[in-house]
Design a protein around this ligand. Structure first.
Ligand SMILES: [Zn+2]
Length: 439
């Protein structure tokens, strides 16, 4: 069965082989992960996949009680033939400094870890092995872009931070296993990659207006699959292997995006800032929704804003940036506000610069808006695909107070120095009314 299981690697196979040539640069692309395998079934191949990445190493397989049942037990049993293999079933996985210390202690006899699972298990293994300079591979139990990123989301006193660690040696996706994961995880993964459209518009706009660095490479790779992924959204929740294979590929490429560009901009602009804002400031009213779920709702918000601005015949008239210091102070306190001011000042429009920008926009609006519209998906299409994929669509779907969401849309532009459509709207006085509607 295993030998004939269909591969769904697509362009990932070329990236792993080092044969993919970027048409925009004419150069071959390399990735930091040695092996990525996406297949209908990996049963019977586990030992071969791990032996070729971690030959002769003492290995511990790490799972939690849920992921052990889903796949961990199978992987451990298969790897036992390699000898020198242990298992650690982590009762309470958490990617915090204390959690990662517990994981390191429990697995200290191993030279390499094999993570089985998503979220906490995968990120904790990534972070722990980075800290103590060991190697790791991962078997996925849901579609997620975190498997192929070098970053881990670590919680410090409840405050999540993205820490750059290292990449897995191998990332392995058994679509038959992924098909059985909770539907909510599949919808969230879909939401966390359809944000390509709003992130690209924001990143490209910043490039066109301010000549900030920009790369088409991740978008070329994503373009092979995105239309197909959107078209097959209705099959994602019924276990369709083809649809899940496409989503898994798109998620993996999204995760690799940082490797091509050296920054997270390609898949993380205003929609991610709104989600980070929710995590930072919802406090005890945080509904417990996941990153992908929040990014999905914020993507719809940003898509509506981008579509409205870029489909207008005239450019909005920008004004020099006003950072509402007293208001930020009232909401967030002096310490947080000073960090926000620092970020906001780096991108704030000065008066002379604003005049130049307004002239440029007036003279070249058709060209600038046209180039951005060319990479943008229509709002209605995005909304329909997300609805059909079971994603949350509004702040109330997430369980957020509309007034808080309005605050997030108005103020999240101050948490990062990236210039996005939130700044464009904020500096042209249309953000207030837009935020009211969005909430
Ligand atoms: Zn994300």
């Amino acid at each position: 069965m295993s030998a004939v299981s269909k591969s769904y690697g697509g362009v990932l196979d070329e990236l792993v082989a080092g044969t993919w040539v970027d048409p925009t640069t004419g150069r071959r692309c390399s990735i930091p992960i040695e092996d990525i395998v996406v297949a209908e079934c990996l049963q019977g191949r586990e030992a071969e996949l791990i032996a070729s990445r971690h030959a002769g190493k003492r290995i511990t397989v790490v799972s939690d009680p849920f992921t052990r049942k889903a796949l961990g037990e199978r992987v451990f049993t298969a790897l036992r033939n390699l000898g020198q293999v242990d298992e650690f079933v982590w009762e309470r996985p958490r990617c915090t400094p204390e959690g990662v210390e517990e994981l390191s202690q429990a697995t200290r006899s191993a030279e390499a870890l094999v993570a089985v699972g998503s979220g906490s298990v995968s990120d904790s293994v990534k972070y722990a092995t980075f800290l103590d300079k060991r190697e790791y591979s991962v078997f996925a139990t849901s579609p997620m872009n975190a498997y192929t990123t070098p970053t881990a989301s670590v919680s410090f006193d409840g405050f999540k931070k993205s820490i750059t660690c290292h990449s897995a040696k191998g990332a392995f996706f058994d679509l038959g296993v992924i098909a059985k994961c909770p539907p909510r995880l599949i919808s969230a993964a879909f939401a966390d990659v359809v944000c390509r459209t709003t992130a690209q518009v924001d990143w490209l706009m910043s490039h066109l207006l301010f000549d900030t660095p920009y790369s088409d490479t991740p978008y070329v790779l994503l373009s092979y699959d995105e239309d197909k992924m959107i078209a097959s959204a209705s099959n994602l929740l019924n276990g369709d292997i083809e649809a899940l294979g496409t989503l898994t590929r798109v998620s993996a490429i999204m995760g690799l995006g940082t490797s091509f560009t050296g920054t997270t901009h390609c898949g993380s602009m205003a929609e991610h800032m709104i989600s980070h804002f929710i995590d930072m400031f919802a406090g005890k009213n945080h509904p417990g929704t996941s990153h992908g779920e929040q990014v999905g709702v914020a993507t719809l918000t940003m898509s509506r804003l981008q579509n409205a601005i870029l489909r207008a015949d005239e450019p909005p008239r920008l004004r020099p940036t006003v950072i509402p210091v007293p208001e930020l102070n009232r909401y967030f306190g002096a310490e947080t506000t000073s960090t926000m001011i620092e970020q906001a000042e780096r991108k704030a429009l000065a008066p002379a610069q604003t005049d130049r920008l307004n002239r440029r926009l007036a003279e070249n609006w058709d060209d600038i808006a046209g180039r951005l519209r060319a990479v943008m998906r229509p709002y209605d299409e995005l909304h329909a695909a997300m609805r059909i994929a079971g994603c949350q669509l509004t702040a109330s779907d997430l369980g957020l107070d509309p007034a808080f969401y309005q605050c997030a849309v108005r103020h999240s532009r101050f948490i990062r120095d990236r210039f996005t459509m939130l700044d464009f709207a904020g500096d042209s006085d249309s953000l207030e009314s837009f935020a009211r509607e969005a909430a």
